[in-house]
Each structure stands twice: as structure tokens, then as C-alpha cells.
Design a protein around this ligand. Sequence first.
Ligand code: KG4
Length: 346
Amino acid sequence: MILGVESSCDESSLAIFDPSIGLCGEWVHSQINIHKSYGGVVPDLASREHLINFPFMLQQISQQLSDNKISKVAVTCGPGLSGCLAMGVALAKSLSLYWDIPLAGVNHLRAHSFSPFINLHKENPDKFSENLDQLLPHLGLIVSGGNTILFEIRNDLAIHVVAQTVDDAAGEAFDKGSKLLGLEYPGGPMIEKLATSGDNKKFKFPRAFSGSNEIKFSFSGLKTSLRYALEKMDDKELAKSLSDICASYQEAIVDALILKTKQALVKNQYKSIGLSGGVANNQKLRSEFENLAENYRLPFYLANPEHTGDNAAMIAFAAYVDRLGVKESQDFDLSFYPSLTLDDNM
Ligand code: KG4
């Protein structure tokens, strides 16, 4: 039984994972309402919130903690905000010391990479390892507020980054676009909602590197192009065109993600594809990924909506599945690593 702890940014989360069954419980306290009025996450407020939230959460789940014999504590040790990571690592160290059980430091980005396989485990826990082996090498895309990373999981579970963004992340493009349009944070869900009634061909937004075989992403030009388009409009025109702008803007982001994923599929042989991170909630992106998987006759694994944001379930799961990316620490030397990358082998 693994207790997962996550606090890398603005979600305090705990989860219990039983390798023979799957997730037995998961709890997330989101701070979104606290940061909303600032238009983004305020690091000092976020770490203070973790300090307040975790004791309440532990109190709430005390029954589950005593019913399930916890044999390991797994905690996000990076990347993330220093003060926030420190809260989770300090809590995890204290619990592991108190219960006298091992402590495991988990790379948050590797946990996102494996999160689409939580369902594969749930379908058949006993055969999970064999089933996962059949799906490797795997091509996955993490799309969140801070990351846009195309990666492969190789047969030995080593992760290799295939492409990343050279500037803004896809989620950041949604958030910054939404801010320019005077919409609320986080921008992705707002833009997606308005896009449903818009014409996605009405505005021409750029797709970076679309004429090139180079596999990489860029979204800052897209945001600038939106700003230029808005400068030419008055409030009345903007109100009239808002849903068309949202649909065209969303289309440009999704197109760029799909194009580069397709190029990676042409370049190398993969046995499955996956999608994770907050932007994976976008229906347009999900359905385009489904089409892509169908065209290439590959099984498609998508993170559950509750596992796309920051969550302790994927941290506990990664501590179980990820042989290379977990730093076991018996002597409490585990620290936190704010700038850990996906292909750091921890
Ligand atoms: O994984 P996550 O919590 O990211 C970070 O904390 O970095 O995801 C948050 C990001 C935000 O940028 C948000 O706008 C985006 O995911 N997002 C979406 C949708 N839901 C969340 N983007 C597009 N469509 C959505 N439905």
C-alpha cells in the first residue's frame, strides 16, 4: 500500500494505491479560488495553503490510513515551486519516520507520463506489467499549464524527450489568450466552452514550424498574433466575434500539437500513444488524438480527467510502476528539486 503526497503547485493531494487492486482513495484540495483573482498562482500563498490543508486532509482520512496498512510513502520531489515542494517532502518524511516505512521521491513529470496507464492497471492488476510491456515503446504527450512535452517510454521504462516547446506551453497559450480576451483564469476551459459555438476557420492564426520536419513546439507567436488581431477590433466587434476567435485559436493549438505528434509517429515505430496533463481535458484535442490513434492503428491511453491536473494518485502509481524514476530514500536524504526535467532519471 502506497500513500502518495503531491504539493508541487496549487493542489494539496493525498492518495492510497494498492498494487493488487488499484486506487483505494484519492483526495485533492484545489486552491484555484485563492489564486484566481491574481490571474495565476502566487507561490507564497500556495505553500501556506499546503501547510493549512494537509493536517485537515490527514485528519479526514485517518480511518482509511489505519484500515489500509501503508508500507511506503511516495512524494513529488520536483519539478515545482520550492516552498510548495518542501511542504510535501517534509510531510512525507515525517510520516515515513513515524510509521518506520520507506520514502520514495517521485518526478512529477514522469508521473504524468505514466498516468494514462492507471486504467490499464485497474483492468487487470495481476497482468499489469506484462500488458504494459506490450505497449512499449510508447509515444506520449504531456500538455499542461507549464509543459508541452512529447516523449517516448522505452522498453526499459527510460524516458526520452522527443520534443518540447521552445517558449510557452500549450496551457499557457490558452491562459494568456484568455487573459487577452478578458476571460477568466484558467483560460483553457473558458476558450473551449466559447469555441463550441464558433467557426474555427474564421481567423487565421499561425502554427509554428508547420512547414518544417523539425519536431518542436512554439506558442508565443500565436498569442502575439491574437494580440494584433484584437488591436484591430473595438469592443462591439470583439463581442460579436468572440466565439469564432476562441474556435480558431483553439484549432491552432490543437493543430500544432497533432502535427508534431504525427511527425514523431512517422519517424519512429511505437506500440501505443498517450495524452496527459490539464490540456488533455480539451475535447477537441482528445478527439483529434483518437483519430490519430485510429489512423495509425495504435491503442490510445488517455489520463482520467481527475488525473490530468496535479494529483497524488499518479504519484503513488508512479512509485509502483516506474523503476527508473523513483528515488528510494531510507535515510531521509531526499530533498526537493524545483527544476527536475522529464528525462532526468529520477
Ligand atoms: O496540468 P495542469 O493543472 O497544469 C499545471 O498546473 O501546469 O493544467 C492546467 C492547464 C491550464 O493551462 C488550463 O488552462 C489547461 O490546463 N486546461 C485546459 C482545459 N482544462 C484545463 N486547456 C484546454 N482545454 C481544457 N478543457
